[in-house]
Design a protein around this ligand. Structure first.
Ligand code: MN
Length: 286
C-alpha cells in the first residue's frame, strides 16, 4: 500500500494515478495532551488502523493524483538517522575529490568505523516543497537515498529480525553543504531533508535489497545505482542504529547515497525515482 498525506491534514492511499481518501482513519488516533510522546502517532498505530484504511480506500472519495498536493508522509519522526558513505563507489569518489572530503579524515573512513549520524528534524520537508539553498557561498549537493520508516520500538535488534521493525519505505534526499564541519551540522539546514512522495508499506515491499535509484537534475542523469550495492544493508543499518539508541515508530533511517553526488543551484529541478516506490520532483530555490 502507498500511504500519503495530502492537501493539509488528509490521508490517502495511492493506486496508479488515483488517490483514495482515507482521512477518517485518523478519528481512531488517541486524543493527546501535553506532554506528547516523542514518536509518530500515526505510524505507531498503523497496524491497528489498517483495517479501517483498507475499508475507507474501497469506499471513500477518489481524486486524480495530479490534482492533490502531496505532503510529508511521516510528520513527527522522533529522530532522523543517516548513514555516511554507505556505497563503496561513493566512498571512492569522496576519497578522490578534495571538494568532497575537505581534507577531513573522518569524511573518508568506512561506515563501520564512523557509525551513523543524526539530522535535525527541523530540516524535514515534504515532496511538494522546495529545497532552499541556505549557504549559497558553499557547494550544495544532492544525495538520493532509500529512506526506511521504523514501525515499532526496538533496541539491540538482530539483523535477522530487523525488517519486521520496518513500517515502510520512501525516497529521501539528504541535501548537503560541503565543507569541513561535522555532517550533522552541514546536513541539517532547513529544507535539507526531503521525504516522499508517500510511504510504501513493508508488506508491499518486503525486500529492499535490490531497488534501482535514479536522480536527475534538469533532466540530466546524476546518480544511478541499486540498493544491492549498499555497504551496510537495511537490516544491518537497523541493527547498528538500535545498538546505540532505541528506535521508535516514525524514526527515519536514510541509508546513504551512491556515487554521482554533484552541486545544485537555485532554479535547478531534481527528480528522484526509486523502483517500486515512485518519483518525486523537487525544485531548488534561493
Ligand atoms: Mn547522505
Amino acid at each position: 500500500m502507498k500511504l500519503c498525506r495530502y492537501d493539509g491534514d488528509r490521508v490517502g492511499v495511492v493506486q496508479g494515478d488515483v488517490m483514495h481518501d482515507v482521512t477518517r482513519c485518523l478519528e481512531d488516533l488517541p486524543s493527546m495532551r501535553y506532554p506528547f510522546p516523542q514518536h509518530d502517532q500515526f505510524i505507531a498505530r498503523l497496524p491497528d488502523l489498517m483495517p479501517k484504511i483498507v475499508a475507507a480506500a474501497a469506499t471513500g472519495v477518489t481524486k486524480p493524483l495530479d490534482q492533490v498536493r502531496l505532503d510529508l508522509p511521516v510528520v513527527n519522526p522522533g529522530k532522523i538517522i543517516a548513514a555516511p558513505v554507505n556505497y563503496s563507489k561513493h566512498l571512492d569518489e569522496v576519497r578522490d575529490q578534495a571538494d568532497l572530503n575537505h581534507g577531513n579524515e573522518s569524511h573518508m573512513r568506512h561506515i563501520r568505523e564512523i557509525g551513523l549520524f543524526l539530522k535535525a528534524n527541523s530540516s524535514l520537508i515534504g515532496p511538494s516543497e522546495a529545497v532552499r539553498i541556505g549557504r549559497p557561498d558553499r557547494r550544495n549537493d544532492h544525495e538520493i537515498e532509500l529512506a526506511v520508516v521504523i514501525g515499532k520500538a526496538g533496541k539491540d535488534i538482530e539483523p535477522e529480525e530487523a525488517l519486521s521493525y520496518v513500517a515502510g519505505y520512501a525516497i529521501g534526499l539528504d541535501m548537503t553543504v560541503r565543507g569541513p564541519e561535522d555532517r550533522s551540522f552541514r546536513k541539517s539546514l532547513d529544507t535539507y531533508t526531503v521525504l516522499g512522495p508517500w510511504m510504501v508499506t513493508a508488506e508491499e515491499l518486503p525486500d529492499p535489497s535490490a531497488l534501482d535509484l535514479v536522480l536527475t537534475v534538469n533532466g540530466e542523469m546524476r546518480q544511478k545505482a541499486n540498493t544491492r550495492d549498499l555497504v551496510l544493508s537495511v537490516p544491518e543499518l537497523i541493527a547498528m542504529a538500535s545498538s546505540f539508541y532505541t528506535l521508535h515508530p516514525g524514526d527515519l533511517i536514510l541509508t546513504g547515497t551512491p556515487e554521482g553526488v554533484a552541486p545544485v543551484e537555485p532554479g535547478d529541478v531534481m527528480q528522484a525515482t526509486i523502483e517500486r516506490i515512485g518519483t518525486m520532483t523537487v525544485p531548488v530555490i534561493g
